[in-house]
Design a protein around this ligand. Structure first.
Ligand SMILES: C[S@@+](CC[C@H](N)C(=O)[O-])C[C@H]1O[C@@H](n2cnc3c(N)ncnc32)[C@H](O)[C@@H]1O
Length: 146
């Protein structure tokens, strides 16, 4: 399922998805974990999870990435310029960051869009500092009409 449909793209930008992210997904994914230090989000889309994360952990330095320039542009419009927040176009399978750059890498519902998802996981491991955490969730299977 590499490419998102127009409906999926619109849904990912919707207020309904934003509320679901804030109230359900982020608290469930993080458990009691408070994020700090340098945090990278892969496939951050329009920044719906990031808005919830920033509310919850205002102390972290957050780098948002997505392969889709339209998503990146939407995320840039959503957040005011800040030294604690960077929005950058990047492919999760070839991240433009040095190894051991981040304390935490986040991946929310994006890996199933990446054909070479193993390369994305390897890249996440490469850019994590020793002892860093990869946190996220995804679909493990889906059905398609036959
Ligand atoms: C279902 S959306 C989820 C967006 C966001 N994580 C959220 O939950 O609101 C999946 C996102 O992954 C992005 N994506 C797909 N392949 C990617 C890749 N190889 N590298 C980075 N982002 C990718 C898409 O552009 C899309 O914004």
């Amino acid at each position: 399922m590499p490419k998102m449909s127009g409906i999926e793209t619109a849904f990912c930008r919707s207020a309904l998805w934003g509320r679901f992210a804030r109230d359900i997904i982020v608290p469930w994914s993080l458990g009691g974990q408070d994020l700090g230090g340098d945090v990278l989000e892969l496939g951050a889309g329009s920044g719906q999870m990031a808005a919830a994360l920033l509310q919850r952990s205002p102390g972290m330095r957050l780098t948002l990435t997505d392969i889709d320039e339209r998503m990146v542009a939407t995320a840039r419009r959503r957040f005011p310029t800040s030294p604690r927040l960077t929005v950058q176009q990047a492919d999760s399978t070839a991240l433009p960051f040095a190894e051991s750059s981040f304390d935490v890498v986040l991946s929310f519902l994006m890996l199933h869009h990446v054909v070479n998802w193993k390369a994305a996981v390897a890249e996440a491991a490469r850019v994590l500092k020793p002892g860093g955490m990869l946190i996220g969730y995804d679909l493990t299977a889906w059905s398609s009409p036959s």
